[in-house]
Design a protein around this ligand. Structure first.
Ligand code: ATP
Length: 611
């Protein structure tokens, strides 16, 4: 297989070739067509190469998702193209009106505290090995500690089973960071595809008026939840009716608990994201005492809570397919950026007001180097398509407007594959599951070289290689993806024991079993079996990442490019923010309350309650 590697540096805007400009103009034209009927868009191999060499990453990613490759010549079918992604990224965004808050949890989690103390940890499976830290600080805007040095943890892990958070499965971390270095990690807050969001303008207007944006500009309406490093508040930019989720972290507490680097990692990752299923970070600001992240607010709660409300406390398979498909795209994008997520669980999958998902919580993520490669495989199935192309680019899906009712018939995103002109009987028989031939170009964006020795995650979701302290890489996300899929389908995780220690034993030593009910499809069980392989190197997606999973028959019918336009299984009921009970606060006053431990908030102000 010939390989063409692009060694040219990316061109700046003014240096672009005419071909690239034309292609980019075409893409932008497509973006601007709103909900007009689907128009075929063909691009040839040269155009792909131009894209690869010259386009900003966000455009490239969109092109990849929305444009189907047409080979201009026979030989090209066996070529592969290596692409180099720039650090700034972008994806379309969606307009969002924040209306509902529902963070109730209907079921007490069996698991209790699993937030293992960073300093003292003991394990049946042996000790967590030393971990040198090499963290690259990507910007100079924060006053959070920039601990770019190294830290070593050599203690043993203690899987404590009692503790402070009894209602949820907390995440475990034995480390402050990892040994993998991060290259060209962007701290840019520029998210061009989310530019239509009115909240940017509202923030800009305040900055223009007052020079800076700070806590005093917000009303904190309700505490949405609290995590290991901070509390998250529903907040309104005063006088704007723009709502946000504001994560407030006490800098002193972060420092004393050695969590500064975790907070910094999360902020840097959030700053780099621009994807429909990942959070938008609007801004970050600091006061003397607090570090605040201003993110988009998800009124639909999390998938853990939503699952509890389902009959039998599990989702229907069609709904599962939707949620896991969106999570898969989010993970694929993260891996493409060199981010291993490491904390997938239903609690971290939030539901937006439009019913689509948003993966949250990046403080346990690992950053590493990655060399995404766009591979053009020789696809026998794509041959007839060249004669009768039905490549469908859905322009409405490039812009935020795609969530409007006027968007494509949503079911098309979940209907038969793109190439519906081909009857079922004409299709090649599939010899084995997972062996689908995709006519789409393949993108390999798996950071396969990443290695970490950290003990991070949530007990029921921990991959065997993490528990055994063997060192782990991106395959841990595919293990957790398997557990996640299992939990959504069956309403429980597969290796849960009577306590954390038993759970860990089961993960490492017990074979995978499926309950008799509910009945789930063979394809779903086959996918889970492929993901929950204990040896990471034999696990599905180990080599080619999300691409392998996307081709599994479980996802048959999923139109990956258009899933953001599909009708979600459930759309959160809107609530009027104004009617949310309880006093609101101006946040400076609330912060003052928070800064005085033991002092009760007056009835006019919402009380800050950290950690
Ligand atoms: N953008 C958001 N919109 C709505 N609710 C949110 C949002 N972000 C976080 N939350 C809520 O706030 C809670 C705390 O979130 P946070 O990310 O700080 O902690 P966490 O998920 O418990 O993880 P960790 O302890 O690892 O930091 C979440 O459980 C969620 O319910």
């Amino acid at each position: 297989m010939a390989s063409i590697t692009s060694s040219k540096p990316s061109l700046k805007q003014h240096q672009k070739t005419a071909g690239v400009q034309k292609l980019e103009a075409d893409l932008r034209h497509l973006s601007s067509q709103g909900s007009k009927p689907c128009k075929p868009q063909l691009i040839n191999r040269e155009q792909v190469q131009l894209l690869v060499e010259n386009m900003p990453k966000q455009v490239l990613l969109e092109a990849f998702e929305n444009i189907k490759l047409l080979n201009s010549n026979q030989e090209g079918a066996s070529d592969s193209l290596s692409i180099k992604l720039e650090s700034n990224s972008s994806f379309p965004c969606f307009e969002q009106t924040s209306t509902e808050v529902d963070s109730s949890v209907n079921e007490t989690r069996g698991l209790q505290d699993v937030s293992v103390d960073q300093e003292k940890k003991t394990s049946e499976y042996g000790s967590v090995k030393n971990s040198s830290v090499s963290a690259k600080v990507s910007d100079g805007t924060s006053s959070l500690g920039k601990t770019s040095g190294s830290a070593k943890i050599s203690d043993r892990v203690d899987y404590a089973e009692g503790g402070k958070r009894s209602m949820c499965r907390g995440s475990t971390s034995s480390d402050v960071s990892d040994e993998s270095t991060c290259s060209s990690f962007s701290s840019s807050i520029s998210k061009p595809h989310k530019a239509n969001d009115l909240r940017w303008e509202a923030i800009q207007a305040v900055r223009a008026k007052d020079g800076v944006l700070g806590l005093s500009h917000f009303r904190l309406l309700k505490r949405l939840g609290c995590g290991d490093i901070g509390s998250v508040y529903l907040s309104e930019l005063s006088g704007t009716k723009c709502y946000f989720a504001m994560k407030v972290m006490d800098k002193g507490s972060l420092a004393s608990r050695k969590k500064l680097l975790r907070a910094q990692t999360e902020r840097e990752i959030l700053q780099s994201l621009d994807h429909p299923f990942l959070p938008t970070l609007y801004t970050h600001f600091e006061t003397d005492k607090f570090s605040c992240l201003l993110m988009e607010f998800c009124p639909g709660g999390d998938l853990h809570t939503l699952r509890q409300r389902q009959p039998g406390k599990h989702f229907q398979e069609q709904a599962v397919k939707f949620y896991v498909a969106e999570v898969l795209l989010a993970l694929e994008y993260l891996h493409m950026l060199g981010i291993i997520y490491r904390d997938l669980k239903p609690e971290n999958v939030l539901v937006r007001d439009d019913g689509h998902i948003m993966l949250s919580d990046f403080d346990l993520s690992l950053r590493c180097t990655v060399s995404p490669t766009l591979v053009k495989t020789a696809s026998l199935e794509s041959e007839p398509l060249r004669k009768n192309p039905v490549y469908c680019v859905q322009p409405a899906c490039i812009e935020p407007s795609c969530i409007q009712p006027s968007c494509v018939a949503p079911t098309t995103c979940f209907g038969p594959r793109l190439f519906s002109s081909k009857s079922k009987k004409d299709r090649k028989p599939k010899n084995e599951l997972g062996n689908q031939v995709s006519p789409l170009p393949e993108l390999m964006a798996e950071p396969t070289d990443a290695r970490s020795m950290s003990f991070v995650g949530t007990h029921e979701y921990l991959a065997p290689e993490i528990i055994k302290g063997e060192g782990h890489g991106s395959a841990v996300d595919w293990w957790t993806f398997g557990i996640f899929l299992y939990e959504l389908l069956f309403g429980k995780t597969p290796f849960k024991g009577s306590g954390n220690r038993a759970t860990l034993f089961n993960v490492v030593g017990q074979p995978l079993r499926f309950p008799e009910s509910p009945v789930v499809s063979f394809a779903a069980r086959d996918l889970i079996r492929g993901l929950l392989v204990k040896e990471p190197q034999h696990r599905l997606a180990y080599k080619r990442g999300a691409t392998e999973i996307k081709q599994h028959p479980f996802f048959e019918g999923v139109n990956w490019a258009l899933i953001r336009c599909a009708t979600p299984p459930e759309i959160p009921k809107p609530v009027e923010i104004e009617r949310i009970p309880g006093p609101a606060s101006t946040s400076e006053k609330a912060a003052t309350v928070a800064a005085a431990p033991g002092q009760k908030g007056s009835e006019n102000y919402l009380e800050f309650d950290f950690f």
